[in-house]
Design a protein around this ligand. Structure first.
Ligand SMILES: Cc1cc2nc3c(=O)[nH]c(=O)nc-3n(C[C@H](O)[C@H](O)[C@H](O)COP(=O)(O)OP(=O)(O)OC[C@H]3O[C@@H](n4cnc5c(N)ncnc54)[C@H](O)[C@@H]3O)c2cc1C
Length: 356
């Protein structure tokens, strides 16, 4: 069997999923090409490019029975702790106490797997709802620094980038050859990390947007606070002090909605609720708003799709639909792509030997 280094893999998409998958493939010895129509350093990024618009931090959304997503999230938590130890703030990561309040009294599945987990006294909201709380040490990201650090690592290991929007999975190899020019290598596989773009690219109509509006204010909140209160306009309040940046990301919304524009009423409600839960930010009047933005999380009915598809002779590994969990899924999801690719290539080789 030929060694992975000689095997060329094209990744479509340069969000956190594409970049983390590139790193995992490079570490496994593959030669990696990345094609995308948008990159994290672009001045104008559309709302449906989710990664640059994220909060972001580790708070697993995996259901108690979803052992695969739990494993992805555990892998990412462990890797982030190791990165922090090795690279410190340059990693774009920080450790912060995270307080989470929800109407459900049940502790989350991750209670035994995170540092310093403990229960908090219940709180009553102004409308009389009882909220149960827990705290743990979360890893929080300075998103622009993290994406750049990831990009730098992928670049240093030899990945080649190309800009290009590719209309569909069926034509991607021809598109790659045209962009690459003469001597384009034969691709062993294509990884589809197009996020919400997968809706048209695959096409997969199970993909849909979960709209998230956030407000970035000056000053650092003392901790991460998340308040899950279904039924309010901003049904999930979160307060995320961005490590090393002196700003706090306030959110947010999670409605099924394609609207990438800012809504003024939502901004006002986010600020009012954040002022109540993090008074150290100076109250509604005292908060200096630096930016308001909207990102569309790439959600999918049935959950993220990380699986193999053969298009006749062409091998495709899908890795999209991570919704509001793409960062915390990223290490485990990328490792799964490497495993699936290795297994598929081995099987192909075995089948060829049997045919010969
Ligand atoms: C407000 C907000 C808060 C969030 N908070 C968190 C959090 O706290 N923790 C967490 O884990 N996650 C969080 N997320 C979710 C996370 O941001 C996403 O799950 C993640 O960014 C998805 O990454 P991706 O690489 O799969 O997709 P994207 O980042 O959307 O990247 C898709 C890439 O594919 C490219 N592309 C698409 N179609 C094509 C095509 N046809 N041809 C060429 N290129 C194409 C795009 O240009 C882009 O480069 C949050 C998201 C938002 C919006």
């Amino acid at each position: 069997m030929s060694t992975p280094r000689k095997r060329h893999v094209l990744i479509i998409g340069a969000g956190v999923t594409g970049l983390q998958t590139a790193l995992a493939l490079l570490d496994a010895g593959y030669t990696v090409h990345i094609m995308a129509d948008h990159f994290h350093y672009d001045k104008n990024k559309p709302a449906d490019y989710a990664s640059p618009r994220a909060g972001a931090h580790w708070r697993s959304h995996a259901a108690p029975t979803d052992t695969e997503q739990q494993a992805w999230d555990k892998a990412t938590y462990a890797r982030w702790l190791a990165m922090l130890e090795d690279d410190g703030p340059a990693s774009g990561l920080g450790l912060v106490s995270s307080h989470f309040y929800t109407p459900s009294p049940s502790p989350p599945w991750y209670a035994p797997h995170v540092q310093s987990f403990h229960l908090l006294p219940p709180r009553t909201t102004p409308d009389g709802q009882t909220l149960h709380g827990h705290a743990y040490t979360s890893v929080i990201l300075n998103v622009p620094v993290y994406l750049k650090a990831l990009d730098d690592r992928v670049t240093a290991r030899g990945a080649r980038f190309m800009r290009g929007g590719t209309p569909g999975l069926g034509t991607v190899r021809a598109h790659f050859a045209a962009l690459y020019g003469p001597n384009a290598p034969v691709l062993a596989a294509v990884v589809n990390a197009t996020g919400i773009g997968a809706r048209g690219f695959v096409p997969d109509h199970a993909v849909y947007p979960l709209r998230g509006q956030t407000v970035i204010v000056r000053g650092s909140a003392e901790r991460i606070t998340t308040v899950d209160t279904p039924g309010v306009l901003t049904d999930l309040l979160y307060i995320l002090p961005r490590p090393g940046a002196g700003v706090t990301v306030l959110g947010g919304t999670k409605g099924r909605d394609w609207d990438g524009s800012v809504d003024g009423e939502t901004t006002r409600e986010i600020l009012e609720r954040a002022a109540e839960w993090a008074p150290e930010l100076g109250g509604v009047e005292g908060m200096e708003v630096l930016e308001v933005q909207v990102g569309l999380r790439p959600a999918r009915e049935g959950g993220a799709r990380v699986e193999v598809e053969w298009l006749r002779e062409d091998l495709v590994i899908h890795a999209y639909g991570h919704a509001g969990a793409g960062y915390q899924n990223s290490v485990g999801s990328a490792d799964k792509v490497v495993r699936l690719l290795g297994e598929a290539l081995e099987k192909m080789e075995r089948d060829r030997e049997l045919d010969d």
